[in-house]
Design a protein around this ligand. Structure first.
Ligand code: GAR
Length: 211
């Protein structure tokens, strides 16, 4: 059976990317990372991909800070498709995607976010949680739509917030869970077991279409 082709967008150190690469290599996720693209030339994520023998490129994002220029967005989508991407994973990709990209991969883009959405979307989610004094935070894997961190939720994991936590200690505790649930979500997608119904995602016991 053909394995699901993953195209990963990453802006930084790429620990979630690494978790996905490892899970695919160890057969825990029936997929293969086909290509990694970054908007940051020096991103460690690119090095991680190259070390694993995966094509990895920097693509110029254009002049904006928080989004891609429209023609760049088309270039990103084309590049991912040319490299056999069935599912796009945002793994610490720090730009909002718009309609050109979203329609190229409709229903086939996942993101991981370091908070229990819909609480604390956007940047510095762990700091937002600490500043708000919550007792529990966590992480979320969700489908991407045109909102900021607002698409249908696939999986979440809860993490306690300790009284003496710093942004760093809380981020480390959350990150471990990110790695776990991102791999799990990709596995469910690859197995055809995620059914999106409006804002909700139903997790099927068997792939859609099988009785
Ligand atoms: C992760 O914590 C991820 O959840 C976060 O960036 C970090 C990337 O780490 N993403 C967002 O905040 C997106 N809104 P990594 O490069 O080690 O995977």
């Amino acid at each position: 059976m053909k394995k699901l082709g993953l195209g990963v967008l990453a802006s930084g150190r790429g620990t979630n990317l690494q978790a996905i690469i490892d899970a695919c290599a160890e057969g825990r996720v029936p997929a293969v990372v086909k290509v990694v693209v970054s908007d940051v030339e020096a991103a460690l994520a690119l090095e991680r991909a190259r070390s694993a023998g995966i094509p990895a490129v920097y693509l110029d994002p254009g002049k904006f800070k928080t989004k891609l220029e429209p023609e760049r967005e088309l270039e990103y989508a084309r590049f991912l498709k040319e490299h056999g991407t069935d599912l796009v994973l945002l793994a610490g990709f720090m730009r909002v995607l718009h309609s050109d990209f979203l329609s190229a991969f409709a229903g086939r883009i996942l993101n991981v976010h370091p908070a229990l959405l819909p609480s604390f979307p956007g940047l510095h989610a762990q700091k937002q949680a600490l500043d708000r004094g919550v007792r529990f935070s966590g992480c979320t894997v969700h489908f991407v739509d045109d909102s900021v961190d607002g698409g249908p939720i696939v999986l979440q994991a809860v993490v306690p917030v300790h009284q003496d936590d710093t942004e760093e200690t809380l981020s480390t505790r959350i990150l471990k869970e990110e790695h776990r649930i991102y791999c799990e979500a990709v596995r469910l997608f690859a197995e055809g077991r995620l059914l999106v119904e409006g804002r909700k995602v139903r997790i099927l016991d068997k792939p859609a279409g099988e009785c």
